[in-house]
Ligand binder design. Structure first.
Ligand code: ADP
Ligand code: MG
Length: 259
């Protein structure tokens, strides 16, 4: 069974793209067939997985706006079992162009229908907003995964995100669930990081993943080589953490399938 996970948080810089790239890659390395879809006009997942944004000819923009067959836009990455639908800067206009398009919230969902059974996991990297691109991802998804940075105001804005999730559940996608919350950029040397973990656990309880992603400079370096951390430096703490997170995500899926 395929599982579609939207990685969303309207705050920028919380680790959405880093989580998307590295969780996708670690799921693929664990033997799962994975597709990642970049719906952020910044295209950081695209370049982070080694695809040159400037040379992308067919992107998720064409799928959402030009009715292009989604299979034409899927390209392989450096990681075995991991493919990507790239984004490019054209997508920046899509938020506005979508407004006048029929079924504007369901474009991605309908487009993915014919391919979704071909993958174990499809991960969608959302832009830092709650606009139509993120709504498309939430409408197409089974689950939403929320990265939260261990920083001041970590919980700020999360009630808006949860409200958006509720609205999507009510009107567009009743089966959408919050898969989990992943704490990112944790620094064990600071009291602040420890306080944020406590606060987020109080708020989200069992939804918080056991795995906490540490602050790790290698995670920041890897994208400039177009590589996920598991290929760039498989022994660093960041690679270990994303491998653990992938295991948790696989476990959760297997538990659901038993039920
Ligand atoms: P978002 O997609 O939510 O905007 P990013 O994943 O792009 O966030 O992360 C923002 C910045 O922080 C990037 O420069 C990224 O390389 C860096 N970063 C993300 N996670 C970590 C981490 N665990 N350790 C160190 N740097 C990180
Ligand atoms: Mg991003």
């Amino acid at each position: 069974m395929s599982k579609i996970i939207a990685i969303a948080n309207q705050k920028g810089g919380v680790g959405k793209t880093t989580t998307n790239v590295n969780l996708s890659a670690c799921l693929a390395v664990a033997g799962k067939k994975v597709l990642t879809i970049d719906i952020d006009p910044q295209g950081n997942t695209t370049s982070g997985l080694g695809v040159d944004k400037a040379k992308v000819e067919k992107s998720i923009y064409d799928v959402l706006i030009n009715d292009m067959d989604i299979t034409e836009t899927i390209v392989p990455t450096n990681v075995e079992n991991l493919s990507i639908i790239p984004s490019n800067i054209q997508l920046a206009g899509a938020e506005i162009e979508l407004v006048s398009v029929l079924s504007r919230e369901q474009r991605l969902k309908f487009a993915m229908e014919p391919i979704k059974q071909q993958y174990d996991f499809i991960l969608v990297d959302c832009p830092p907003s709650l606009g139509l691109l993120t709504i498309n991802a939430l409408t197409a998804a089974d689950k939403v995964l929320v990265p939260i940075q261990c920083e001041y105001y970590a919980l700020e804005g999360l009630s808006q995100l949860m409200n958006t999730v509720k609205l999507v559940q009510k009107h567009l996608n009743p089966s959408l669930e919050v898969e989990g919350v992943v704490l990112t950029m944790f620094d064990a040397r600071t009291n602040l990081s420890i306080q944020v973990v406590d606060e987020v656990k109080k708020y989200f309880r069992s939804k918080v993943y056991r795995t906490i992603i540490p602050r790790n400079v290698r995670l920041g370096e890897a994208p400039s080589y177009g590589l996920p951390i598991i290929l760039y430096d498989p022994k660093c703490t960041g690679a270990e953490a994303y491998t653990d997170l992938a295991e948790e995500v696989i476990e959760a899926t297997e538990d659901e399938e038993v039920i």
